[in-house]
Design a protein around this ligand. Structure first.
Ligand code: CDP
Ligand code: CDP
Length: 203
C-alpha cells in the first residue's frame, strides 16, 4: 500500500535527518529531493544548459560525492527556479511517492505541488541562526573551510530565492503540521514526526 510522508522546510532545518529516521522506523523508502536539484545544479557548473542537465540525470548522479557543498547548493537553488527543470523532475518524484510500502520525500514543494494528497505533511523550521550553526558544524566536520557568517549568508540567500520564485516556491502547505526544531534535539524532532505518522496511520 502507498503511504506518503511529505517533509518540507528551509535549508538545514533538519528535514533530511528527520526523514531518514522516519523512513527507518516505519520501513519506508526515502527520497531527498534536494539531491535532484543539487545534481542538476552541479552539472551546470561546467556550462551545461540547465534543461539538458536535468534530462541527463542518472541514479548514479544522486550518489555522487560533492553534492553537499555550498557552491552546489547555490547552483541547485538557481536551476530550481526554472519551471522547465522542475517539470522534468515531477514524474520521478510522484512515482517514488506512490510506491508500495510507503515513502518519505523531503524538499520544498512536496506537500504543496508534488504530493498534495500526502497522508502526512510536515513543515520543519528552525531559526536562521540555529540552522546556520548546525550546517556550519556539519561542514566543518567534513573538513570544509568556512565560517558562521558565510554559512548563514548561503542559507538566507537560498531561502529568499526559493521563497520568491513563481513556480513551486518554498512555503508550507495549508494542511501541514509545523515543527519548529529551534529548541529541539534530533531525538525530540524525530519523535514528534513519528507521532504524526502514527496518528495518521490510525485514521
Ligand atoms: O535536510 P536539511 O537540510 O533540512 O537538514 P539536515 O541535513 O537534516 O540537518 C542539518 C544538520 O542539523 C545536521 O547535521 C543534523 O544532524 C542537525 N540537526 C540538529 O542538530 N538538530 C535537529 N533537531 C535536527 C538536525
Ligand atoms: O539540505 P538543504 O536544505 O540545505 O538543501 P536541499 O534540500 O538539498 O536543496 C538544495 C536546493 O534545491 C534548495 O535550496 C532549493 O532551491 C532546491 N530544492 C527545490 O527547489 N525543491 C525541492 N523539492 C528540493 C530542493
Amino acid at each position: 500500500m502507498a503511504f506518503t510522508v511529505a517533509i518540507d522546510g528551509p535549508a538545514a532545518a533538519g528535514k533530511g535527518t528527520i526523514s531518514r529516521a522516519v523512513a527507518d522506523k516505519f520501513g519506508f523508502a526515502h527520497l531527498d529531493t534536494g539531491l535532484l536539484y543539487r545534481a542538476t545544479g552541479r552539472r551546470t557548473l561546467d556550462g551545461t544548459d540547465p534543461m539538458e542537465a536535468a534530462r541527463l540525470l542518472t541514479p548514479e548522479d544522486l550518489q555522487a560525492d560533492g553534492l553537499r557543498t555550498p557552491d552546489v547548493a547555490q547552483a541547485a537553488s538557481r536551476v530550481a527556479a526554472i519551471p522547465e527543470v522542475r517539470a522534468a523532475l515531477v514524474d520521478f518524484q510522484r512515482a517514488f511517492a506512490r510506491r508500495n510500502g510507503g515513502a518519505v520525500l523531503d524538499g520544498r514543494d512536496i506537500g504543496t505541488v508534488i504530493c498534495p494528497d500526502a497522508e502526512v505533511k510536515l513543515f520543519v523550521t528552525a531559526s536562521d541562526e540555529v540552522r546556520a550553526k548546525r550546517r556550519l558544524d556539519e561542514l566543518l566536520g567534513k573538513g570544509h573551510e568556512t565560517d558562521f557568517e558565510t554559512v548563514l549568508c548561503d542559507l538566507q540567500t537560498r531561502d529568499a530565492r526559493d521563497s520568491a520564485r513563481a513556480t513551486a516556491p518554498l512555503k508550507s502547505a495549508e494542511d501541514a503540521v509545523m515543527l519548529d526544531t529551534t529548541r529541539m534535539s534530533i531525538e525530540e524532532a524525530v519523535a514528534a514526526a513519528c507521532a504524526e505518522v502514527v496518528r495518521k496511520q490510525a485514521l
